[in-house]
Design a protein around this ligand. Sequence first.
Ligand SMILES: Cc1cc2nc3c(=O)[nH]c(=O)nc-3n(C[C@H](O)[C@H](O)[C@H](O)COP(=O)(O)O)c2cc1C
Length: 355
Amino acid sequence: MKSNLQTALGLKCGIVQAPMAGGPTTPELVAAVTAAGALGSFGLAYSGVDLIHAQCREFRELCASQRLKPDCGWNANFFVFPQVPEPAHAEVANAVKSLQPLLVRVDIDAGTLTHDTRLPVLRDQVAASLEYQPSLVSFHLGIPDSRIVDNIRDAGVRIAMSATSVNEAIAVQAAGADFIVAQGYEAGGHRGLFDPADADDMLGTLDLVTAIAKRCTIPVIAAGGIMNGSDINAAVNCGADAVQMGSAFLTVDECGSSAVYRSVLESMGDRDTQITTGFSGRPARGIRNLFIDSVDNMALPFPWQNSLTGALRKAAGAKNDFELMSLWAGTDYKKARNCTAAELIEILQHEMRQE
Ligand SMILES: Cc1cc2nc3c(=O)[nH]c(=O)nc-3n(C[C@H](O)[C@H](O)[C@H](O)COP(=O)(O)O)c2cc1C
């Protein structure tokens, strides 16, 4: 039976390749997923308008060269950045001090660390993406302004928003979303909590999907720890309409994850993941490393910490020093497979039918 997401977006299967801001979701990946009949997603949270145009244009060219329908489904994803006041000078100095021992390791000076105060403007980001006819626009970390929701709806595009609790899901439905992305505790990357100062229910994906499906009427997309066909079936059995998978796509050929990131995902099976605020100031799950062990809980609020640690993470990436990189991954990342995106989608559908 077709899911609501499949029917609404004209997909061959109810699988969403998760949006992953910061490099993984290349035009090649989104086009390959789309061509295979699942939903490809761009993580555009940190992208300015020019980059959004460049990425979407490249995606559209790839679609045309693969002779896909011009309205082929894809998802544009954004963060709802919180309005957090700029931290005081003393706070920044403290945060820099906590990074000091790590700076030595990659040979960079504390003076090169800056916290950029220019945030992308969500309204402009969304407007740029709408020029390339996404079939879905999704939001993470909160609910956007109602005028943005109205603009998307006026363009005839569906809307999804993440929720990590039943209360957030109820708010998402009330805000006029078409789909709720139920993000469980296993999920890699940033937790979609609206306010990280609130108590976190820490519900696993299956429990969260079950609870949200009981209380909400709009379809639920399950996210977190879903790596194979059996995981997909389990989520559907709990009431999920479709699934969103991030870590499973980090090791496919078309993904933009760096060589060192991939080699950690593929070979560091002895390392668990952990939720940390150290990299960005908001809780996010990644593979445990020296950075997480050193900096956890000494961070500026998001997004200030994210830009403060940017130069350090970039320097570590350039030196292939995975101990200081943000290696976002879900709890089950060890099950990720090395193949093409189309092969992964084929394998997943085969596994779903096998059960
Ligand atoms: C590297 C990485 C980056 C992510 N970036 C985003 C993002 O930009 N927007 C978003 O809504 N979710 C983001 N997520 C979370 C995913 O949407 C999804 O909830 C998560 O990947 C599901 O868990 P899994 O990794 O176990 O599949 C990211 C996840 C990862 C692994």
